[in-house]
Design a protein around this ligand. Structure first.
Ligand code: IMP
Length: 426
C-alpha cells in the first residue's frame, strides 16, 4: 500500500501529465483535489494524445477509480463536454466520482473573471485563464457558493441560483457595465447538466479513506503548481487554490499523513504563463528556441509561454513548502543543441547581497537578478536513452548538479513526449 502525490514544482505546465500517467498506471485510485478546468494535462499513451482538463488521468485505465475531490471547482458544461469527447474515443466513465462538496462554476464566475481582468490596468492584469476559477473560489470562502449537492437538488439549486445570481448581476452591471446573466436560462441549462452529473456524485473523503484502509495504491494528481499557490506562489499572480502538497489532503478530505510520497515535477528549464516577475526569463533566440523545441504553448489557452533557465532557488522553495520526497525533471531533450546551459543558483539583490531562498513578495522578486552557474551543453538526441548511464556526460552532470542545488533526489528524467521516454533512477 502506498500513496503518491504529484505536484507541479515551478509555475505549471511541467509535464505533470506524463509523470502522473506513470504513477496512475500502478494506482487503483486517482484523485484530483484542487483547481478546475484552468488545468490542462496532455497525456500521450500508445501514440494517442489526450488533453485532460478536469477528469483525472486515471480515466485512461479501465479499472482505476477516478475521484474529483471537494477542493475542486467544477464547470459542469465543460466537465460533461470532456466526458462526451473521451467517451467518443472509447473511454469508460463508470469509475468516476465527484464530491458533493465541490463548488460549481456558474456563468457569473466566468463573466466576472473576464470583466475584472479587462478592468485592471495593463500592469496589474493577472492573465487568468478566464475560466471563472478565482470568482468561484472567492464565493466559496464568502460562503455564497453553489456546490454539486445543490446542483443535483433542483429546488435547492433554483433558490440559490436566483438569490446569488441577482446579487452577481448587480456587480456585473453596476460595477463593470456588463450584460447581466440570464438567470432563468442558466437555471434550466444547469439543471439539465445536474441531471447528467447526478450519477457521479459521492463522498470522496470516504472513498479515499476506504481505499487506503483496503491497502489500495492511491495517486493524488496535482494541478497547477507551487508558484501558482495562493499562499506559497508569486501572489497576486497565482491561481486561487492550493496546488502545494497540503492542498491534496484538504481537497480530498484525508489527513496529511495519508500521503506517503510527494514527487515534484519540474522542467529542465523554467516557463510561466501570464504576468509576474520571472528572474531567469530569456528574451533572446535561446528563449525562442526553447519555446519552439519544447512546444511551449498553453494546453488550455494556446498562449505562448514565457521561457527561461532552470532556477534552483524556485526548486528549493518547492522542496521545502511541499516536503518533496523526490523530483522528476522533464523535457531535458528540449535543451539539446542550444549551447552552454545555465542554472540559477541564487539571486543578487539591488544592494549586492546574495539571496538563496525564494523571497515572499513579487516586489522583492522583481528586483532579484539571477546568479548563474554555466554547465557544458549537449547536441545529442537523447530521446532513446532509458538509463541514466546512457545519457551524454553533459546531461548527467546537469542532472547531478541540479540535484545538489535543490537538495532533493531526482528520481525521473524525461527525455521526450511519449510515456516511454522517461528514465527512472534508483
Ligand atoms: P486562473 O487559475 O485562471 O485564475 O489563473 C491565474 C494564473 O494561474 C494565471 O497566470 C494562469 O495562467 C495560471 N494558471 C492557471 N492554471 C494553470 C495551469 O494549469 N498551468 C499553468 N498556469 C496556470
Amino acid at each position: 500500500m502506498s500513496s503518491t502525490a504529484v505536484i507541479g514544482a515551478q509555475w505549471g505546465d511541467e509535464g505533470k501529465g506524463k509523470v502522473i500517467d506513470i504513477i496512475a498506471a500502478k494506482a487503483a485510485v486517482v484523485v484530483r483535489s484542487q483547481g478546475g478546468n484552468n488545468a490542462g494535462h496532455t497525456v500521450v499513451s500508445h501514440g494517442e494524445t489526450y488533453k485532460l482538463h478536469l477528469i483525472p488521468s486515471g480515466i485512461l485505465y479501465k479499472n482505476t477509480l477516478c475521484l474529483v475531490g471537494a477542493g475542486v471547482v467544477l464547470d459542469p458544461a465543460d466537465f460533461i463536454g470532456e466526458i462526451d469527447n473521451l467517451s467518443a474515443r472509447g473511454i469508460s466513465f463508470d469509475n468516476l466520482r465527484v464530491d458533493y462538496r465541490a463548488h460549481i462554476i456558474m456563468p457569473w464566475h466566468t463573466l466576472i473573471d473576464r470583466l475584472s481582468e479587462e478592468h485592471r490596468p495593463d500592469n496589474a492584469k493577472i492573465g487568468t485563464t478566464g475560466r471563472g476559477i478565482g470568482p468561484c473560489y472567492a464565493d466559496k470562502y464568502e460562503r455564497v457558493g453553489i456546490r454539486l449537492y445543490d446542483l443535483i437538488h433542483p429546488d435547492v439549486f433554483r433558490e440559490k441560483a436566483r438569490t446569488i445570481g441577482k446579487l452577481k448581476n448587480e456587480i456585473i452591471t453596476k460595477i463593470y457595465g456588463g450584460t447581466p446573466v440570464d438567470i432563468d436560462k442558466t437555471i434550466a441549462e444547469y439543471l439539465a447538466l445536474g441531471e447528467k452529473l447526478k450519477g457521479y456524485a459521492a463522498d470522496v473523503s470516504v472513498l479515499v479513506h476506504e481505499a487506503r484502509k483496503a491497502g489500495k495504491t492511491i495517486m493524488f494528481e496535482g494541478a497547477q503548481a507551487t508558484l501558482l499557490d495562493i499562499d506559497w506562489g508569486t501572489y497576486p499572480y497565482v491561481t486561487s487554490s492550493h496546488p502545494v502538497s497540503a492542498g491534496v489532503a484538504l481537497g480530498s478530505g484525508v489527513g496529511p499523513n495519508s500521503v506517503d510520497e510527494i514527487i515534484g515535477v519540474a522542467k529542465a528549464y523554467t516557463t510561466r504563463v501570464g504576468a509576474g516577475p520571472f528572474p531567469t526569463e530569456l528574451f533572446d533566440q535561446t528563449g525562442e528556441t526553447i519555446r519552439q523545441n519544447g512546444f511551449e504553448f498553453g494546453t488550455t489557452t494556446g498562449r505562448p509561454r514565457r521561457t527561461g533557465w532552470f532556477d534552483a532557488v524556485i526548486l528549493r522553495h518547492s522542496v521545502r513548502v511541499n516536503g518533496l520526497t523526490s523530483i522528476a525533471v522533464n523535457k531535458l531533450d528540449t535543451l539539446s543543441g542550444i549551447g552552454d546551459l545555465k542554472i540559477c543558483t541564487a539571486y543578487e539583490k539591488p544592494d549586492g547581497s546574495r539571496l538563496t531562498e525564494f523571497p515572499p513578495t513579487i516586489e522583492e522578486l522583481a528586483e532579484c537578478k539571477p546568479i548563474y552557474e554555466t554547465l557544458t551543453g549537449f547536441d545529442d538526441d537523447i530521446g532513446a536513452c532509458r538509463t541514466f548511464e546512457e545519457l551524454p556526460t553533459a546531461c548527467q552532470a546537469y542532472i547531478k548538479r541540479t540535484e545538489e542545488l535543490c537538495d532533493c533526489k531526482i528520481s525521473m528524467v524525461g527525455v521526450g513526449p511519449d510515456r516511454e521516454q522517461i528514465i527512472l533512477r534508483k
